[in-house]
Ligand binder design. Structure first.
Ligand code: HEM
Length: 229
């Protein structure tokens, strides 16, 4: 038997989505409640902060989607790749709408975004199973909490369509059902041994990388509370 193959009926691969979910739950609220996200969700940030987030996400998704393309035949990544998830084209239309036709000229990654993209590139090169963690963290997050941001973008800044296309998954009419199917696909991936917990640890890392990006964004967009005297 191949070292990585999992006999049918064993529990090993079925652990993957559960382990990833446990890792996600341990980090999720910290990320969701980081000052940038919290103020964004609370409608306390200017439209410019929303645009600043889209600019950083462009770097991240460019890396994620270049990797998806290069790994599309890989047995661990191929089953998750779906053009219906792709976000770069939507982000580019959003940025052209928000920043104008010259949007590329002023686009600069914050330091944490550089680190995040470097990690995605690194796992893509040397450990494709790790890429699974990054794919899950961002795309499943977009299909869950991202749909809350979608509503906020419309109510807080009037981006009902153009400007917030990133949050519109036109090819995925039922995000909750999609997420359920995605987890079933995760559980069919040919991973075994210590690989599932390693992938779950990479989910934790992916959350930390997102947090760091939000910390950098907060430095420019979140006003510090006045200190108590
Ligand atoms: C805007 C703030 C956010 C809100 C309001 C939010 C909300 C939610 C909700 C309601 C769920 C569903 C929980 C469940 O089905 O058990 C969820 C799941 C998830 N979120 Fe978030 N989230 C936010 C930000 C994020 C961010 C920034 C990330 C990634 C860095 C993220 C990644 C995830 C992931 C990976 C899941 C699990 C999806 C699944 O396994 O089906 N979320 N989020």
């Amino acid at each position: 038997m191949e070292p990585n193959s999992v006999p049918k009926g064993t529990e090993r691969s079925a652990l993957l989505s559960g382990l990833m979910r446990v890792a996600m739950r341990a980090e999720h609220d910290k990320t969701r409640q980081s000052p940038f996200m919290d103020d964004l969700l609370g409608g306390r940030l200017e439209a410019e902060a929303f645009t600043a987030l889209s600019r950083q996400l462009w770097f991240v998704y460019r890396e994620l989607e270049a990797a998806a393309q290069s790994l599309s035949d890989h047995p661990l990544v191929g089953p998750l790749v779906d053009p219906g998830l792709s976000r770069v084209a939507a982000l580019e239309r959003d940025l052209a709408h928000l920043d104008g036709p010259q949007w590329r000229r002023t686009l600069v990654p914050v330091p944490a975004t550089r680190v995040y993209c470097a990690r995605i590139a690194e796992v893509t090169r040397s450990w494709p199973a790790g890429y699974v963690a990054h794919h899950y963290t961002r795309y499943m997050g977009d299909l869950a909490g991202g749909q809350i941001v979608r509503n906020l973008a419309a109510t807080a800044w009037g981006h009902t369509h153009e400007g917030a296309l990133f949050y519109h998954f036109d090819h995925i009419p039922d995000p909750r059902a999609y997420r359920r199917r995605y987890r079933a696909v995760l559980d069919e991936l040919p991973v075994a041994g210590d690989e599932p917990p390693r992938i779950a640890r990479e989910v934790t890392h992916a959350f930390h990388l997102n947090n760091a990006m939000f910390v950098d964004l907060a430095a420019d967009h979140v006003r510090a509370e006045p200190a108590d005297r």
